[in-house]
Design a protein around this ligand. Structure first.
Ligand code: NAI
Length: 338
């Protein structure tokens, strides 16, 4: 009876049922914040994924319209929708993977940390629901500031007694996509053929691309490496500025999140997949850290070594620590004070 998921019953009662990991049905994936700028294209991409069995869309407004629209697409993925806090249990019932892009995005002039006051509570509430209705699910967090919202989720799960650090993942894949794209442009290669590890966190200087570990090897001057690093760190702000008050990256983020979700689903099937993600980690003296991790059936199964840093990377690694540590602590404190 060690691996039991609660069965959702509309009247609010719970009874135990075996997790779906033990059955052969295709996974149920929930998107929380499904009617938003990221949520909608993410749901579209997942509706087209043959790794998904059911797509459960949840938001506080507008979910039914998105679900009705997507349900006309001729893929076998079943689409369901639920709106409002009293339907959260229905949305989460029996989920294998929960992806969270709920919350407010940045406007010009804002840092990701400026979103903390609103998004911290949203993520904490949604995670309390996950602990209650699908405690065995993998959880992928997109809502910013990721550097704090992942520690918030961890503390909520610890309080509920459901925390499994291997299954809680902060989504930093967009930083990897950006690094691949910008480096490919700089060296005249196809972006699909370039792979840059990005470690640290997901905000400004905490985003640390390891250009010296790029595959294939890139040889660029120190000045060029510095400029590329800074562009990768500020790439989100490029989009915020270009959208001029209409939000932050949504389409590229949805693409990144859909790819990341598919990696999680392949891992759930037992395949070994390497992704960069922001996770609880012992690779550095910071309790949470983004790095390359190997995902398998039970979540993060291996932390790939950080490898050696060049001079610029060593300097940047030193510079990110205090900001990242502060953001982690802010998340932990939020849960313990509330
Ligand atoms: P959006 O405002 O377009 O959509 C957010 C959605 O969340 C809305 O539909 C809203 O109704 C919903 N929502 C609000 N409170 C909710 C709750 N309690 N439960 C469920 N849904 C709720 O924002 P957008 O552009 O989709 O961004 C979402 C988040 O993703 C932001 O925090 C943004 O900063 C973050 N983000 C993260 C990135 C990353 O690399 N991890 C990249 C880009 C954005």
């Amino acid at each position: 009876l060690g691996h039991l998921n609660p069965v959702y019953m509309p009247e609010g009662g719970l009874r135990a049922a075996p997790t779906s990991a033990s059955s052969s049905k295709k996974p149920k994936v929930a998107v929380l914040g499904a009617a938003g700028g990221i949520g909608q294209p993410l749901a579209l991409l997942l509706k087209g994924s043959n790794l998904v069995g059911e797509l459960s869309l949840y938001d506080i407004v507008g979910t039914e319209g998105v679900a009705a629209d997507l349900s006309h697409i001729d893929s076998s993925v079943k689409v369901s929708s639920a709106t409002g806090a009293d339907k959260l249990g229905e949305a989460l019932y029996d989920c294998d993977l929960v992806v969270i892009p709920a919350g407010v995005p940045r406007k010009p002039g804002m840092t990701r940390d400026d979103l903390f006051n609103i998004n911290a509570g949203i993520v904490a509430n949604l995670c309390a629901g996950i602990a209650k209705y699908c405690p065995g699910a993998w959880v992928a967090i997109i809502s910013n500031p990721v550097n704090s919202t992942v520690p918030i989720a961890a503390e909520v799960f610890k309080k509920a007694g459901t925390y499994d650090p291997r299954k809680l993942l902060g989504v930093t894949k967009l930083d990897v996509l950006r690094a691949n794209t910008f480096v490919a442009e700089a060296i005249g290669k196809a972006p699909e053929s370039v792979s840059v590890p990005v470690i640290g966190g997901h905000a400004g200087v905490t985003i640390l691309p390891l250009l010296s570990q790029t595959t294939p090897r890139v040889e660029v001057s120190a000045d060029k490496a510095k400029a590329l690093t800074e562009r990768i760190q500020d790439a989100g702000t490029e989009v915020v500025k270009a959208k001029a008050g209409k939000g932050s990256a949504t389409l590229s983020m949805a693409y990144a999140a859909a790819k990341f979700a598919e990696s999680c689903l392949l891992a759930l099937q037992g395949q070994s997949v390497v992704e960069c993600a922001y996770v609880e980690s012992h690779l550095t003296d910071l309790p949470f850290f983004a790095s390359q991790v190997r995902l398998g059936r039970s979540g993060v199964e291996e932390y790939l070594p950080l490898g050696s840093f060049n001079e610029l990377e060593t300097k940047n690694f030193g510079a990110l620590k205090s900001e990242l540590r502060g953001s982690i602590q802010k998340g932990v404190d939020f849960v313990h004070k509330s």
